[in-house]
Design a protein around this ligand. Structure first.
Ligand SMILES: Cc1cc2nc3c(=O)[nH]c(=O)nc-3n(C[C@H](O)[C@H](O)[C@H](O)COP(=O)(O)O)c2cc1C
Length: 281
């Protein structure tokens, strides 16, 4: 079997489950991108490299952009990506391709996998059906990787086409929303990428917080420190909502979170979410 590495980032477990499923079926390794946040270069000698991530604001998460900018893959490696999302992949796979291409390794294949929406409640969503379809989709991705299939394979093309037509407008609206969330006067001159890290200004904890530190342990961006038994956010947030959704006391409020909706993939344990930083590749 070809050496296979499936890199992933995940706030609430969806992308982790997909990455784990692909890695198991290809007899490869699932590796958290979060374990490389402080590395200048990421060198891979794998001949199959997968990158699995959640879509944020119809595009690629900042942490995946930085990962792709630092990834050194072998000549001839088959590099593919899997975007998980509640609606559509948006521009995420194209953005990843553009970054990888600038490093001399284009994205050879991209796949969309529909998963439960983790940022807000969709009353019509029946999660166990979504999981079942995602398992089927994962097997399609695995077959495609074995066949070294190329190109972009979206799960819901009509929505993808509509979103593509409005992408610029959507991102401008998102920027306005994030300025409001972060409490920054508009127009700030910052785009969505620049605003996302600042959205943690809106997080706070209520008095249910016990200072257990789980929020800091699950944060893929190493963006939380425990100070005086309370989380302090450091201004380089990814907006992944791991801190909010893994808090055992449900004590974290604010940010883009509205209402009582909380989400975690039921097949993922807290232990799997805890980020361990790699000292070497
Ligand atoms: C900040 C944020 C922005 C999101 N934006 C989108 C989006 O633009 N389109 C979409 O389909 N899903 C969006 N989602 C939903 C996630 O992409 C989706 O639920 C994903 O599977 C979560 O993966 P994870 O559990 O691995 O973090 C967003 C989620 C968050 C937290």
């Amino acid at each position: 079997m070809a050496k296979t590495e499936i890199y992933y980032v995940s706030g609430t477990g969806n992308s982790l489950v997909i990455a784990r499923g692909i890695a198991e079926q290809l007899e490869g390794e699932a590796i958290p991108i979060a374990s490389f946040v402080d590395r200048e270069r990421i060198v891979s000698d794998a001949s199959v490299i997968g990158i699995t991530f959640p879509v944020y604001y119809a595009d690629l998460p900042n942490i995946v952009r930085r990962f792709a900018e630092r990834l050194d893959a072998e000549d001839g490696a088959y590099v593919f990506a899997v975007a998980t999302y509640g609606g559509a992949a948006g521009a995420s796979l194209d953005t990843l391709d553009r970054i990888l291409r600038s490093r001399g390794r284009p994205l050879l294949a991209g796949f969309g996998v529909h998963m439960p929406q983790n940022a807000f409640h969709k009353w019509w969503e029946i999660k166990r059906w979504v999981y079942r379809l995602a398992e089927r989709r994962t097997r399609f991705v695995v077959r495609s990787v074995i066949a070294r299939r190329r190109g972009l394979h979206y799960a819901n093309l009509p929505l993808q086409v509509v979103l593509s037509a409005f992408h610029g407008w959507l991102r401008r609206m998102t920027a306005l929303h994030l300025e409001e969330v972060a409490g920054i006067p508009s127009p700030s001159g910052l785009d969505v990428e620049g605003l996302i890290p600042l959205t943690d200004r809106a997080f706070s904890v209520n008095d249910r917080c016990t200072g257990c530190g789980i929020c800091a342990q699950v944060c893929p961006a190493a963006n939380i420190e425990i100070v005086d038994e309370r989380p302090a956010w450091l201004g380089h947030c990814e907006n992944c909502l791991a801190c909010v959704n893994w808090c055992p006391q449900d004590a974290i409020r604010g940010g883009i979170v509205r209402g009582a909706y909380r989400y975690r993939h039921p097949g993922v344990t807290l232990g799997e979410m805890v980020v361990r930083h790699r000292s070497k590749v």
